[in-house]
Design a protein around this ligand. Structure first.
Ligand code: N01
Length: 540
């Protein structure tokens, strides 16, 4: 079967849920996934140390109470293998794999005669009236074009496409380029294996220790009992988790009390430190308080003051770039076999067959690890570059930055849905609950359209402009745009328009916007009925 009611691209958290929702609603659905199995980002990012920075009990589906009660997370912050095992379990439990074609790399999508025609790299096409792109925010790998990169004689690995068979790095001289979340998580593990590790850092990042530990049996029982309440609080919370900020602004809190609040968050670990105080991400004075606290921790951990200074960010308020979480990152630079190269002082000239040549030295390497990130938020979509009626192309509509309605729909591209797309909270929220909210909204719209005999649903240009303007204004109320460069801003990709892409207004607020649009009969959308002949899809 290559025709269905709905096509879903992607088999990560969002894609799997979209397929499940569509099948449960009685629709025929084809899922297309480039990898050989389910998992999405958790399929590919299997580098040493890969873990989620949101607590496992929150970073999991909420849509099915029996699933929630039956799965037991072993640790507070789940590692990649456990998250992948969970997604495989979900695929088995809801029999989702049979709707998927794996190993299918989608390269194009055109809307014609009321249907999306999706083309794969192998030439196969698939068609359906509705297309859900659950292609991920962090899936289009950034492979930097460094001079000589193809000449390197040793092994090359990308954290974002790590081999299924974990490479043995014992006794190897490893060079690692990139110090975002992936590099920072991988560094301590690689240093523990390699003979020598050289970390090439262009920009330092703030990283908070992740005090991971196993959940005790009592905690697991308590989690099960409290799940409904935990989810009820999370449903309209600002980040889709039950955690809030300190009850007072940093600038209104006495110094001693502030430090105590910061220590509490530091010890809780994870991304929550970025939200210790309610004004931390909107007021530079408040941010400075948290930033200085974190910088003091770096100086305490790292023995060599020059290295500590090099590891201290100089170009962004804390949290304005995605805060990283680690297990022993800073302390790694106290080891004899780990070295930091500050590329701002000593830029890379070229990669040679033997290693990395900077302005000052050549670092001999047997292995190069690229932890160089992604063409985030838009990359996976613009690489497909869907084209609508009259030849409207996504890349053209987004030439000056992503224009969306609710981060979910694009003017000129009917029946196309961008799950976790730019203009939605996505990476600023709990991605799993976020996917559930968006997929539920889309499926309601699809079912409504089918019930009313509508063949096309599409946002009005003025409604999309108004939402995009709202997204920009929400970002302007924060410190996010103050980062010199970040993937939130698209600034890590050459030629990409610099614009803050996620919706910073909060997950709960976003959800209320979605609810309001649906309850106002989809205000902002153009709903059309055309008499186009429709092939009737076969159900599996
Ligand atoms: O990617 P990044 P990432 N020469 O873009 C450097 C999520 N995530 O994969 O900052 C030299 O953050 C680049 O330098 P600069 C999380 O949301 C979550 O690490 O551009 N260096 C930067 O240091 C995260 O934010 C988890 O100057 C080059 C690094 O590469 C997001 O994924 C774990 C370079 C890229 O950092 C992305 O993280 C992992 C070049 N030519 C990821 N090009 C958890 O849940 C790029 N860089 C914990």
């Amino acid at each position: 079967m290559t025709d269905a009611d709905v096509l879903v691209i992607g088999a990560g958290f969002a894609g799997l849920y979209a397929v499940h929702r569509a099948v449960s609603a009685g629709l025929s659905v084809i899922g297309l996934e480039a990898a050989p199995d389910v998992g999405g980002t958790w399929y590919w990012n299997r580098y040493p140390g890969a873990r989620c920075d949101v607590e496992s009990v929150d970073y999991s589906y909420s849509f099915d109470e029996a699933l929630q009660q039956s799965w037991t997370w072993s640790e507070r912050f789940a590692a990649q293998p456990e998250i992948l095992a969970y997604l495989r379990h979900v695929a088995d439990r809801f029999d989702l794999r049979r709707h998927y074609r794996f190993g299918v790399d989608v390269i194009a999508a055109d809307f014609d005669a009321g249907r999306w025609h999706v083309r794969a790299a192998d030439g196969q096409t698939y068609a359906a009236p509705f297309l859900l792109c659950a292609t991920g925010c962090l899936s289009a790998v950034n492979r930097p074009d460094i001079s000589g990169v193809d000449d390197f004689a040793g092994d090359v690995y990308f954290t974002a496409a790590w081999p299924r068979e974990d490479p043995d790095l014992h006794g190897k001289r490893v060079g690692l380029i990139g110090t975002g979340s992936s590099g920072i998580q991988a560094v301590p593990l690689i240093a523990g294996q390699a003979e020598r590790l050289v970390v090439f850092q262009r920009s330092a990042n703030y990283s908070i220790p992740m005090p991971n530990r196993p959940w005790s049996a009592e905690e697991q029982q308590q989690i099960r009992e409290e799940y409904p309440e935990r989810r009820r609080i999370s449903a309209y919370a600002s980040a889709g988790t039950p955690h809030g900020t300190y009850h007072k602004k940093a600038v209104d809190t006495e110094p001693q009390e502030r430090v105590e609040a910061l220590w509490r968050r530091w010890r809780e670990g994870g991304v929550l430190f970025a939200k210790t105080f309610p004004d931390q991400n909107s007021d530079l004075a408040a941010n400075d308080i948290a930033r200085e606290f974190a910088e003091e921790r770096i100086r305490e951990i790292v023995h060599d003051p020059v290295i500590a200074t090099d590891l201290t960010p100089v170009d962004h308020p804390i949290g304005a770039k995605r805060i990283c979480t680690d297990t022993g990152y800073y302390a790694t630079f106290n080891r004899d076999n780990a070295r930091l190269v500050n590329l701002r002082r000593e830029p890379i000239d070229a990669i040679t067959p033997e290693g990395v040549r900077t302005s000052d030295a050549t670092y001999l390497c047997d292995v190069l690890v690229f932890a160089t990130g992604f063409d985030a938020l838009t990359g996976a979509l613009t690489r497909i570059d869907p084209s609508g009626p009259g030849g409207v192309r996504l890349r053209d509509v987004w030439a000056e930055g992503p224009v969306t309605f609710l981060g979910l729909m694009v003017p000129g591209l009917p029946n196309l849905f961008t799950i976790s797309g730019p203009g939605s909270p996505s990476v600023l929220a709990n991605m799993v609950l976020h996917a559930e909210v968006q997929v539920d909204w889309v499926m309601e719209l699809v079912l409504t359209a089918r019930r009313l005999g509508l063949t096309e649903v599409e946002p009005r240009r003025d409604a999309a402009d108004a939402w995009t303007d709202h997204v920009t204004k929400a970002a302007e109320r924060t410190l996010f745009p103050k980062a010199a460069s970040s993937w939130y801003l698209g600034a890590n990709i050459e030629g990409k328009k610099r614009i803050f892409m996620p919706y910073a207004g909060g997950f709960g607020t976003y959800r209320r916007h979605c609810d309001a649009v649906a309850s106002q009969n989809y205000a902002g959308l153009v709903l059309t009925t055309r008499n186009t002949p429709q092939p009737s899809p076969t159900r599996e």
